[in-house]
Write a protein that binds this ligand. Structure first.
Ligand SMILES: NC(=O)c1ccc[n+]([C@@H]2O[C@H](COP(=O)([O-])OP(=O)(O)OC[C@H]3O[C@@H](n4cnc5c(N)ncnc54)[C@H](OP(=O)(O)O)[C@@H]3O)[C@@H](O)[C@H]2O)c1
Length: 292
């Protein structure tokens, strides 16, 4: 999701980019596994980068609960591996963390609030965040919220899950309103990432879209933007409705505020509704080409 936006943003600035992933879905990607220190080190050293951006992760919370070892190796050891290489080469390192590291006891979290991760995914990401902050001098740790981006083919998260139900003909969508967060558009996040890196102001930053939302708010707005409000009913259900499907613990609120970015004049994130308006266009085009 994010890799697509970051790659395209970097190419716009004429950067020479070596992009890797464990699944090769684009001709601009080469194979790379962040768990494998020796081979990823060789790839990176050969490329001679002046910046390393780690976007690799296992992001499915349920998979992380049932396969914790791989989750720790990818999200925590992967963060450490690339951190060691960055330190060794003396180049800045960008690591992406998540709003999911909080326990939801507060409603809104700024850059300084103390984390208490509930799920295996969140624990592994928090480990990565702490490692990078304590061991890599030139670090940027950017915390994202509910990611949206990549369109029908790459978006693995909420918007595309809703869209795939619509595409399959659903006339009723069941969505929770007791989970709060801040949508985070990959295009804005990639712009912000470059802006923060160019500032040279190392450190940790919350970076989410403006505004706040429940899952219900996002689904309802998305259906409205697709012009389907009269055809599709978005029904509120409590989160225990999905206990079997989404069994990983999730905080009641993972709303972030970009306190540091605002104070430093580095906040490029637009309001989530503005971003969703832009993003929905991709799905409208897909619908015309799809079931209509
Ligand atoms: N998605 C969210 O809602 C969200 C929210 C906050 C923060 N983040 C963070 O944002 C960053 C980017 O995630 P994303 O949203 O762009 O999710 P994504 O689309 O799943 O991207 C992560 C990529 O990493 C790949 N990967 C998995 N294991 C790997 C390994 N061992 N070596 C190299 N690549 C590997 C994944 O491949 P496979 O698809 O084959 O697994 C996937 O292509 C991650 O650090 C994530 O934790 C995401």
């Amino acid at each position: 999701m994010l890799g697509d936006a970051v790659y395209k943003r970097l190419r716009l600035s004429n950067a020479t980019v070596m992009a890797s992933d464990i699944s090769i879905t684009e001709d601009w990607l080469e194979y790379g596994d962040v768990r494998d220190f020796i081979s990823i080190r060789k790839q990176i050293v050969n490329f001679k980068p002046n910046l390393i951006i780690n976007l690799a992760a296992l992001t499915d919370l349920e998979i992380c609960e049932v396969a914790p070892e791989n989750c720790w190796l990818t999200n925590a050891l992967g963060a450490e591996n690339l951190g060691l290489i960055s330190e060794d080469l003396g180049v800045p390192y960008v690591y992406i963390s998540t709003a999911g590291i909080f326990d939801g006891e507060l409603e809104t979290y700024n850059d300084f609030h103390v984390a208490n991760p509930l799920s295996v995914y969140a624990q592994s990401k928090y480990y990565g965040e702490q490692y990078v902050r304590s061991s890599v001098k030139k670090h940027f740790v950017l915390r994202a919220g509910w990611m949206m981006g990549g369109g029908p083919k790459k978006d693995k998260k909420f918007i595309n899950k809703i869209y795939q139900q619509i595409r399959a003909g659903a006339k009723e969508l069941y969505v929770v309103d007791d989970r709060l967060g801040t949508p985070t558009y990959t295009i804005d996040f990639a712009n912000g990432l470059c802006n923060i890196v160019e500032s040279g102001l190392y450190g940790l930053y919350n970076q989410v879209c403006g505004g706040e939302a429940s899952r219900f708010d996002v689904a309802q707005e998305f259906v409205r933007l697709l012009g389907l409000s009269n055809e599709i009913n978005v029904k509120i259900v409590p989160s225990d409705h999905f206990n079997l499907q989404y069994f990983a613990p999730r905080p009641a609120s993972e709303k972030l505020v970009n306190l540091k970015l605002n104070q430093r004049g580095l906040n490029l994130m637009r309001d989530w509704k503005v971003c969703l308006h832009e993003y929905a266009e991709v799905f409208k085009v897909d619908r015309i080409g799809g079931v209509g």
